[in-house]
Design a binder for this molecule. Structure first.
Ligand SMILES: Cc1ncc(COP(=O)(O)O)c(C=O)c1O
Length: 471
């Protein structure tokens, strides 16, 4: 049966190029698999600075830093050299069962020293999803340690993105991450999305919207039963849900509610961490006081897979007591604290410091934000939002009423493809178009990014007019 389907999906032998070989062999993440069989992949084989090049030699400005991660661009030799040096010294070792290595120790020390709030310990993982799965397990283990077996529910928000493994996909608040995967699992509760443009009521201020959301959160905790609600997880800026910035006073107000009911806060810094918002952490930008922090992506500039969970002293204390009681803390991955990924992460953090990358981000961010806002008057654009070197443009069918396009019309997808034709890779999150370039981007490159994007937006307007999709 399997062999039959391989034959059925194989591309004709005459097209035995990399695209047909890919179609024959790979299941692509976040892809319409059937469409892929006719459309094929964009084969990207090289990168330099903020640019990547496809197999035909065409160059693209990578306006999403790959998947929000390649902070140092695509040709940072120091990271390649750090990996090479570590490969020669100790290519692999683990940190299970009382083992350690110098490079892992150094990375843990470094992370704790730059944490936005005092953190006690670091647990290494290989991705954002593993970080958030770990967070879920730690929340449960912690409450069992405290003798609170009912306090297990974790609050997350509609449109949140926390990953794709079983628990992290359950935390994710996007329908397609649950649909037909039999998710979410039990004990995950989704609460309001804080997107003011979409969910604020007519005449409501951002502050009043934030108060309403905090009241709704409190109501939900009371309905669920405060003794059953353990934690809330939140991205400082919601990334894959559409680059949604928190409304003014939101985190201040929801944290007061969480504190009242002894519900811990987990900051998912997987996108915001390491400079994206102009501070080292989104937590600092928005005044979060988390008990745990998950991070990944720019921790290694995306060069190797690594993530981390940092926990407060109170959490660590409960974990150690429980592991002493059981005899072991039975959680960990073969590649937790891998020496080569650790070496690359450490070098990444050194480069951030030595090149004063945060200062650079703060210098060029206003240029990017001003560039984005120049699209505000475009007939297709409902909202422009962003901070630091992250932002989005939301497309609407009617600027006045904010009416969205029918998702089936694929307007965002059309724009994304047109932009690619003009040599800029953005990301369509439904009809929100995200920008999150490498943090090393220069002002001239920001200009080029928007110069390439603008005709794609105009082409999209022509398309929706021709199809009668816009009012
Ligand atoms: C905020 C956030 N959390 C978690 C994840 C999951 O990370 P990964 O894809 O490395 O598993 C992502 C990925 O985009 C993310 O944006």
């Amino acid at each position: 049966m399997a062999e039959t389907s391989v034959t059925e999906t194989a591309a004709p032998a005459s097209r035995d190029n990399s695209a047909s070989r890919d179609i024959r062999t790979s299941i692509h993440p976040y892809t319409n698999l059937k469409l892929h069989e006719t459309q094929g992949p964009l084969v990207v084989n090289e990168g330099h600075g903020v640019f990547v090049r496809d197999e035909k030699g065409k160059e693209y400005l990578e306006a999403l830093a790959g998947l929000w991660c390649v902070s140092l661009g695509f040709s940072e030799r120091r990271l390649a050299e750090a990996a090479y040096r570590q490969m020669l010294k100790l290519p692999y070792y683990h940190i299970f069962a009382h083992k350690a290595h110098d490079i892992g120790i150094e990375l843990a020390e470094k992370l704790l020293s730059i944490a936005p709030v005092p953190m006690s310990k670091v647990f290494f993982v290989n991705s954002g999803s593993e970080a958030n799965d770990t967070v879920v397990k730690l929340v449960w283990y912690y409450n069992n340690a405290l003798g609170r077996p009912l306090k297990k529910k974790i609050l997350s928000r509609a449109k949140a993105y926390h990953g794709v493994t079983v628990a992290s996909a359950s935390l994710t608040g996007l329908a397609n991450n649950h649909r037909d995967f039999d998710l979410p699992i039990a004990n995950i509760v989704h609460v309001d999305c804080p997107h003011f443009y979409r969910f604020g009521q007519p005449g409501e201020t951002e502050e009043a919207f934030a108060s309403r959301l905090a009241e709704s959160l409190e109501q939900r905790i009371l309905t669920e039963g405060p003794d059953t609600v353990a934690a809330m997880i939140a991205e400082p800026i919601m990334g894959a849900g559409g680059v949604l910035l928190p409304p003014a006073t939101y985190f201040e107000k929801i944290q007061a509610v969480l504190k009242k009911y002894d519900v811990m806060l987990i900051a998912d810094e997987v996108i915001c961490g390491f400079g994206r918002t102009g501070n080292m952490w989104g937590t600092t930008t928005y005044g979060l006081r988390p008990d745990m922090i998950s991070c990944a992506k720019a921790l290694s500039s995306g060069y190797l897979p690594i993530g981390a969970v940092m926990v407060s002293a109170a959490i660590y204390d409960a974990l150690r007591r429980q592991s002493e009681k059981i005899g072991v803390f039975s959680h960990g991955f073969t590649y937790s604290g891998h020496p080569v990924t650790s070496a690359v992460a450490l070098e990444t953090l050194k480069i951030y410091e030595e090149t004063h990358l945060l200062d650079h981000v703060r210098r060029v961010a206003p240029h990017m934000q001003a560039g984005l806002r120049r699209f505000e008057n475009h007939p297709l654009v409902g909202e422009v939002r962003g901070i630091g070197l992250i932002g989005a443009i939301e497309l609407v069918a009617d600027k006045q009423t904010k009416a969205p396009f029918d998702p089936k019309a694929g307007v965002g997808e059309f724009l994304f493809k047109r932009a690619q034709t003009y040599g800029v890779i953005v990301r369509a999150l439904g009809d929100s178009i995200a920008f999150c370039p490498p943090l090393i981007i220069q002002e001239e490159e920001i200009d080029l990014m928007f110069e390439r994007f603008a005709p794609a937006l105009d082409d999209t307007l022509s398309m929706v007019r021709e199809r009668g999709l816009i009012r």
